[in-house]
Design a protein around this ligand. Structure first.
Ligand SMILES: Nc1ncnc2c1ncn2[C@@H]1O[C@H](COP(=O)(O)OP(=O)(O)OP(=O)(O)O)[C@@H](O)[C@H]1O
Length: 297
């Protein structure tokens, strides 16, 4: 038995001679927010299509809320927000959502739902007049409508302004808070770094990483950066700490997590020669580069 509402085991898919998914195993528990990262063509959309039951696998299996992808119970349990979400342009937001609500057999308070996603002022406007961000918000309202057990979001924030992105992640948090397992395919590293629980990285169809940010960081062994600001003589600070002078007054020290405290003690021993210090652990951007980089064939 497993608690995972989405369970992917050894999923493989061939397109012609190309293996676009290669024995991918990944699971998402209720309430978990997992980011699915990878270069263009890495296989993210293919995996999402397989979870939706839109394509069949050549190997392995996927289980969605205890059902086979594409089956009626799996479809009822799943919501999908595509990257380029499209609706009937002649309908208003309220009409479109009422239609979806009826189709889903849900008795949703459509006005409250549209208000929740920030479309209160556009309820009775035709969707054809909506901006991309407004259509994306409408798509998210559709995801919220069915209280899904699994939500698949493909590049949900692409083309959105920074505030809309924050709003969208607030709603994703709400989904996860109500127990929905959320899988977000994205290229927006800074956002997913802050707003997801686990990071999965595909490289040419192979899942090369699946861990928390801290776990990825520990396994990658990438250095921590200590950036010092010298009070006066940056060259002297660089020489005494074994660091590298990076501009007029700044010195950078790269050290492993196990060397960090020793390095900090050396800095502290320098007293007022060091005016300030910043400690920067590896960012998701560094980790992504580490895990997703192409290895020479
Ligand atoms: N219908 C198809 N026929 C043939 N090859 C396909 C088809 N769909 C996808 N592919 C190939 O499968 C591989 C994975 O594509 P996929 O769309 O899953 O990548 P992705 O990670 O979603 O990329 P992106 O970030 O660009 O959206 C690519 O090599 C792509 O060319």
């Amino acid at each position: 038995m497993t608690d995972n509402v989405l369970q992917i085991e050894g999923a493989s898919k061939d397109r012609g001679n190309l293996r676009v998914l290669d024995a991918v195993s990944l699971s998402v528990a209720p309430g978990e927010r997992v980011a699915l990262l990878g270069h263009n063509g890495a296989g993210k959309s293919t995996l999402i299509k397989a979870i939706l039951g839109l394509i069949t696998l050549d190997g392995g299996r996927i289980d969605v809320a205890g059902a086979t992808p594409g089956s009626a119970p799996a479809r009822a349990a799943t919501a999908f927000l595509p990257e380029a979400v499209s609706f009937h342009p002649a309908l208003t937001g309220r009409e479109q959502m009422t239609l979806f609500s009826r189709l889903a057999g849900a008795r949703a308070d459509v006005s409250a739902l549209l208000e929740r996603v920030g479309l209160a002022d556009a309820l009775d406007r035709r969707i054809g007049t909506y901006s991309k961000g407004m259509r994306q918000r409408l798509g998210l309202a559709q995801v919220l409508l069915g209280r899904p057990r699994v939500a698949l979001l493909d590049e949900p924030t692409s083309g959105l302004d920074p505030i809309s992105r924050q709003d969208l992640y607030d709603i994703i948090d709400e989904l996860s808070g109500q127990g929905t397992a959320v899988l977000i395919a994205s290229h927006a590293l800074t956002e997913v770094e802050a707003r997801t629980d686990r990071i999965a990285i595909l490289r040419r169809g192979v899942l090369v990483a699946d861990d928390t940010l801290a776990g990825l960081s520990a396994r990658a062994g990438l250095p921590i950066r200590l950036r010092l600001r010298a009070s006066a003589d940056a060259d002297a600070v660089a020489a005494r700490t074994g660091g590298r002078r990076i501009n007029g007054a700044s010195v950078e020290i790269l050290c492993s997590p196990t060397e960090k405290m020793d390095a900090l003690r050396r800095v502290a021993a320098m007293g007022e020669a060091v005016a300030d210090i910043d400690i920067a652990p590896p960012r998701l951007e560094d980790l992504y580069r580490h895990y997703a980089q192409e290895v020479p064939q």
